[in-house]
Design a protein around this ligand. Sequence first.
Ligand code: NOJ
Length: 734
Amino acid sequence: MEKLELQKIFEDLTLKEKIYQLVQLSGEFFKSDTLAVGPQQKLGISQEVVDNVGSVFNIFGAEQLIRIQKEYLEKSRHKIPLLFMADIINGYKTTYPIPLALGCTWNPDLIKKGMQNTAEEAAVSGIHVTFSPMVDLVRDARWGRVMESTGEDTYLNCEFAKAFVEGYQGDLDPNKNIASCVKHFAAYGAPEGGREYNTVDMSERRLREDYLPAYKAAVDSGCELVMTSFNTVDGIPASGNKWLMRNVLREEWGFNGIIISDYAAIQELIAHGVAEDDRDAAKLGIEAGVDIDMKTPVYSNQLEGLVNDGVISEKLIDEAVWRILNLKNKLGLFENPYRGADVSKEKSVILSPEKLKLAREISRESIVLLENNGVLPISKDKKIAIIGPHGESKVLSGSWAINSNPDDVTSLVEAVKEKISEENLMYAKGCEMTEDNSILGGFGRAIEEEKIEVDKEKDLEEALKAASKSEVVVMALGEHYLQSGEGGSRTEISLEQAQVNLIEKVKELGKPIVLVLFNGRPLVLTNVVDKVDAIIEAWFPGTEGGRAVSDVLFGDYNPSGRLTMSFPRRVGQVPLHYNEFNTGRPVKTSIHNSRFTSRYIDVENTPLYPFGYGLSYTKFEYGDIKISSDKLTNNSTITASIKVKNVGDIAGYETVQLYIQDIKGSVVRPVKELKGFKKVKLESGEEQDIEFVINEEMLRFYTSSMEFKSEEGRFKLYIGSNSDELQEAEFELI
Ligand code: NOJ
């Protein structure tokens, strides 16, 4: 629609009608088959609001969305279509591994393709906007939502933010693309103690340098919406934080899209203790710049009074409405309010063979081989026992795949059956996933599990019987899918005791054990690492995850995933991340004796598995770093190159990683920071020169005067296969 026409509609809206555009409700108001993700409550929303509301979230399916849009428009004075938004996080019906696993692919181009497919499935189902990507930087594995992030590194998160947004949005083709909403602005990934919804407090320097860049990368990639976070930022809840939204997001970054609150976050300004009541919360939210109030009556019931009483200017409402109308127009909804929704296309597009093929490829690349003493890959003629509750599980897509159907998932046992003869395969559950499912609580349409009577001894007996008949035992363990995700914070992040007992009992049989982990966070594996022969970190790998794991088990795929979050040795080490600051008393180089250095007395500082780590079925050897010059200027570049050789017998992917350390700055600088990477395939015996170009821009940071710039001096440059195994060189910025 022409801007002028849109302007006419806008000018004809009453104040009330404008305000209702700023309200988002969930599906139960539309007698829909809704998904209740989040706390349920009576809202005090009138029928008038429902009839005029601007957007709805988490209702799915072309047939239903077409009906709702039709009924809504029949009653609507201006025929402004509803916007349908949804949590489509790691796939829609075809699911991919959880985002933390997607990060482990170190392959943003591949993930972009996955999100293109996701957008197409969602578009033909009638969705217009996804609440993704979540680009929150994460360093604390206790926090359940680490599974939704691509990890602990700013540079990598920026690369993935871009890939997600470009994948979803493309050129906003109604049949293929949807708009993207980056979240949670800002710094939601740093709650104190790793406890969900808890306070975030950090210096502006750390916020700007580590946490904000990934949101900015999404905004710079054209992301249409930004979602505010639940937490505080410097004492002010993000959803009422003027500085964050008006100064940083709008003024500094030039963001013109829509800002939406997270679920009830504006009303929660009251519980935070910065708003007196709903009216006060509405004032804070709109003044701070939140355009859409998700799932509360705060905007719908309070903004009119605030305008009429002269407390806030109507201009604030106008700006927000205009942005919403513009997005509706940009998505083509005025021309076709049903947009891509098409019941027959749903059948051909969703879960199509090409989509499943890509899902399998992505799952395979996300799997990280943590340990292997040679037991892997397993030869297909071996007798295998799969033991563990994840063996036959079809709930392999993590807690956010709320709209996927477990029946579409291939379990590990089913997938292995596709490769080896049935008589060579045995399965036993061995134990329950958790001791007590009742602590997990419900989540969306997820299967709410009852407490079932279990016969632990019988389960164990069957497992040992199966294992004793086998030549290799594959143990499918990890976390229940509700032990991570929103509201999934934990203080213990090891395998549950029943699982450890099971491993110990199987170990007594003397059979080789391959531990396959399905989980949503880095786990503490210190107590099991010596009891098994190999560990495959499969995460929650999605629809084709069972097949992907099976490909890795039997060597049909040579594992290539690399961790994007450190795995602690003990939970007491978290928050843990490779790019930490040096202290005045570093363990290795301090002048003081060891007691008085920065360390724990009961465990090493280092992680069990570092950032960037992952094994392969082949081996790569690194030469020395060669640099084209050891002097860099503002106008020149340096090329650093290194020879990488595949010295094993089979082809494989290596992710060559570049890190830089600023040796001396006006403020303390990290011990190293990822500045580039190259994922290359090398045939057996093949050698390649891998090159990285280094320029001054890569060396910038927030200096003591809070200017974002580089400082002259010496830098260390590291290249290698993970953040801990690196070759070293030095150069100087002059
Ligand atoms: C709350 C979550 O924090 C957010 O990520 C999600 O998009 C909304 N609920 C809507 O379900």
